[in-house]
Design a protein around this ligand. Sequence first.
Ligand code: ADP
Ligand code: MG
Length: 251
Amino acid sequence: MTTASPATPQTLIELDGVNKWFGKLHVLRDVNLSVNRGEVVVVIGPSGSGKSTLCRAINRLETIDSGSITFDGKPLAAEGKPLARLRSDVGMVFQSFNLFAHKTILDNVMLGPVKVRKEAKAAAREHAMQLLDRVGIADQAGKHPAQLSGGQQQRAAIARALAMRPKAMLFDEPTSALDPEMVGEVLDVMTSLAREGMTMIVVTHEMGFARHAADRVIFMADGQIVEQAPPAEFFANPQTERARDFLGKVL
Ligand code: ADP
Ligand code: MG
């Protein structure tokens, strides 16, 4: 069991007693989680333990049934402009890249800033090119998603989320759909983001990433946070049988 720590100005994301059911299935059980600005939290756990639901709830892609979630000191917006603002503030990267197939990579990255943030096209283009350069695919800007490798598409998806100038980034198994040789290039981009101080929640089975990039590892099972600790501590000395069992399977 975890208990909520009091929110401080350092807190960016705060979940307090969050419960979520899908019908009779209790998928988030009294989840308390406080993420500080600049903190990198890696969430691990067996399939079906509620990791994706947790991420989706923070972005309000799922509603919750009880408890509260605050982002940057405010309860999550439910609709309209405040919800659009929340979705720009919390960038999300999924297993499937979800790029618009009929648009170029550059257009994919510019679209949100121009349509949602009402940025001028020239400025949005310049920022998009900077971001594509940062993720190492500036030379792919004029191509369509299908012309890129999976790793390049995922890096484009990261650039697209960053274009909204998010305060936090959520990654839900961002490398699970990639061929093994492309995992590293995506993790490298995520590692550099982490080093630059981005607040991140990362659901992943990449234990190497958890070890070197996480400030804290959270182990979920059956909708609960079962354990949390700095990575060195967690991997050296998991406290529960469930965590030991899980690590035995993934390491
Ligand atoms: P994880 O990401 O850890 O694999 P999920 O958050 O995706 O877990 O799912 C937690 C549980 O909720 C699973 O049992 C899953 O089948 C169920 N679930 C997820 N989304 C839905 C949904 N939209 N409707 C019904 N059940 C769902
Ligand atoms: Mg999932």
